[in-house]
Design a protein around this ligand. Structure first.
Ligand SMILES: C[S@@+](CC[C@H](N)C(=O)[O-])C[C@H]1O[C@@H](n2cnc3c(N)ncnc32)[C@H](O)[C@@H]1O
Length: 342
């Protein structure tokens, strides 16, 4: 497989000398030799830790929220859990292990673009590379999907300009081009401000909501309420790169060897359709009974403490998992954005 750098060079040349940042990001992550097309992934042995990778508690709580959607749909037999951006399948494994009632007759569909990650999916799920086009009854779950979807990058330099990437002997570099300014960009910002325009995430959300006849869509991510707030942040705080559990280098360097992610602007998602609920991950997990599951874990551990079993040790680990999942300086401060079609 060619390297991401050589694929990008060819694509830039084929496009006449420059690519919008979104296309650069798309190839750097998902093209030949791209980060997710090769070995990049979530997990302790991967590049970053997400909530499902903390342990099975996150999936156990989500299973309760999923069953609530199934009940609101009238307990249908043909219910689907459609998890998009399923990574190596960790959330799928833990939701299936929690045995929500909706899966007694329903189906878990794990959607993941990366071939290498789909190979890691468990046999208990239907593993596919693209979303189903129609879901009669179901829930669409997207944990840390939007932040990884290619976005356009805009820079305020005597007006908003769009970032395009060129190939130079010193490496990839940025040039700014005039284009129609997307309405989500704020008009009053300081010189040098940068902001993401979530072109792909917005298109995906539109399609996903149209494909869902009955049910809900839950997106969980690192979010900021408005694009204006993101534009006022130092760009290195919202446009981040990661590799092997460390922050990476500049987003134009080491193409294919590091993840590129953005803070997600809720106002851009709300322009597709106003969400029905926006909560912090901490509020969401409490709503769906994380405290009860932790208490159950504590009790089971105490019962078995004199001769611990693997099952009892797993129960005890719920205490530390909950601390990480609810931590308001980290995962607990993520946002759960929900749209309902009932
Ligand atoms: C940050 S990882 C999150 C993985 C997993 N959801 C988790 O929380 O551990 C984002 C994943 O979304 C996948 N992805 C990105 N765009 C996608 C799309 N349009 N359809 C399916 N998967 C996608 C990437 O390949 C990557 O595995």
């Amino acid at each position: 497989m060619p390297s991401a750098t050589s694929s990008l060079r060819q694509a830039i040349q084929a496009a006449g000398g420059s690519l919008p940042f979104s296309q650069f990001m798309s190839l750097a992550l998902y093209g030949d030799g791209g980060f997710y097309s090769s070995s990049g992934r979530a997990g302790r042995r991967g590049d970053f830790i997400t909530s499902p990778e903390v342990g099975p508690l996150f999936g156990a709580v989500l299973a309760r929220a999923v069953d609530d959607v199934w009940i609101r749909c009238g307990r249908p037999d043909n219910f689907s859990i459609v998890e998009v951006g399923a990574g190596p399948g960790t959330l799928a494994r833990t939701i299936v292990a929690a045995a929500p009632e909706c899966l007694e007759k329903g189906t878990y569909i794990a959607v993941e673009v990366s071939d290498t990650q789909r190979e890691l999916h468990p046999d208990s799920v239907v593993s596919v590379s693209t979303m189903p086009t129609h879901i009669t009854n179901g829930i669409i779950i997207a944990n840390e999907l939007f932040d990884n979807m290619p976005f356009d990058l805009w820079v305020y330099d005597d007006g908003w300009r769009q970032s395009h990437i060129i190939d130079t002997p010193q490496g990839f570099a940025e040039v700014l081009k005039t284009a129609d300014v997307p309405p989500c960009l704020p008009s009053r910002v300081s010189h040098g401000s940068r902001a993401p325009v979530h072109t792909d995430a917005v298109n995906w959300l539109h399609t996903a909501l149209s494909s869902l006849a009955h049910g809900a869509l839950m997106a969980i991510d690192y979010c900021t309420p408005t694009t204006a707030e993101v534009a006022s942040m130092p760009w290195r705080e919202w446009l981040r790169t990661y590799a092997q559990h460390e922050r990476g280098v500049h987003y134009l360097k080491n193409a294919g060897e590091q993840d590129i992610t953005t803070q997600v602007c809720i106002d851009q998602l709300a322009a597709v359709r106003e969400p029905d609920a926006v909560r912090s991950q901490s509020q969401f997990l409490q709503l769906w009974g994380i405290d009860e599951l932790v208490e159950e874990g504590r009790r089971e551990w105490e019962k078995a403490a004199s001769s611990p079993t693997v099952a009892a040790i797993k129960m005890r680990s719920r205490v530390t998992e909950a601390e990480a999942l609810l931590d308001m300086t980290g995962l607990g401060n993520f946002t759960v954005v929900q749209w309902s079609n009932y």
